[in-house]
Design a protein. Structure first.
Length: 237
């Protein structure tokens, strides 16, 4: 089965093409506004690397969140457009669960994505034989609260670990094992492999719903008692 997978919610814009669970081609862009400007060129580039046309893809996979609000919207809108044009079914997966799958084949894993405002998006999974099971559900929490849900030895992975490393290590001490820094950025390959495990959830693109976990940071600016636009001084995440 040929799977086109992408993530635009957790940092770099990443696209991959898998043949069953084997990665055939992958590309990423960490440029500012990458999801908006680089996603479709990356899709074209990855398909070319794999020697395939979009019509030869059997399944598309995309992260539903949590993560950047803007990134989620761009990723889902792109997949919806491609799927509606081709009829290719889509599986939307958790970005946290895909990170857990990326960390280990057999371990307790706590993925943490930086959510700004002193918070992380977090969950805890038991990964066995490459299949994650939820131990603590997805939530937007302070790093201290996220650490409080971890009861034993655990692998920490994700951008939230990079930002809040000292706090997490102080709270967890010897219970924490940090994933190699190179694994903290979610790869499209992990998204595609998780989607293959969730193949029974495949459906039409119109049913895609992002999972934000909290309200948007953007707030209307007020001047002279009037709303004059959206204040984007706070990151959209």
């Amino acid at each position: 089965m040929k799977v086109l997978a992408l993530d635009t919610a957790t940092g770099p814009c990443t696209v991959g093409l898998l043949d069953d669970a084997e990665l055939v081609a992958e590309g990423a862009s960490s440029a500012v506004n990458g999801p908006v400007r680089r996603l479709m060129p990356l899709v074209v580039e990855v398909l070319a690397q794999a020697g395939l046309k979009l019509s030869q893809v059997d399944l598309m996979a995309v992260t539903r969140g949590p993560g950047s609000f803007t990134g989620l919207r761009v990723g889902m809108a792109t997949v919806q457009g491609l799927a509606l044009a081709t009829g290719i079914p889509v599986v939307a997966v958790s970005s946290l669960e895909a990170l857990a799958l990326q960390a280990a084949d057999d371990a307790v894993v706590a993925p943490l994505i930086d959510a700004r405002r002193g918070e992380v998006y977090s969950a805890v999974y038991k990964v066995e034989a490459g299949k994650p099971t939820v131990l603590a559900p997805e939530a937007a929490l302070t790093p201290q609260a996220a650490a409080g849900r971890i009861q034993g030895p655990c692998i920490l992975i994700g951008s939230g670990v990079e930002v809040h490393r000292e706090t997490l290590e102080a709270a967890l001490a010897e219970r924490a094992t940090l994933a190699p820094p190179a694994l903290n950025a979610l790869r499209a390959a992990s998204v595609g492999r998780l989607a293959l495990q969730r193949i029974g959830e495949a459906g039409p693109a119109v049913e895609l719903v992002p999972r934000y976990l909290r309200a948007a940071d953007a707030k209307p600016r007020v001047r002279g008692g009037r709303r004059v636009g959206i204040d984007k001084s706070q990151p959209d995440c």
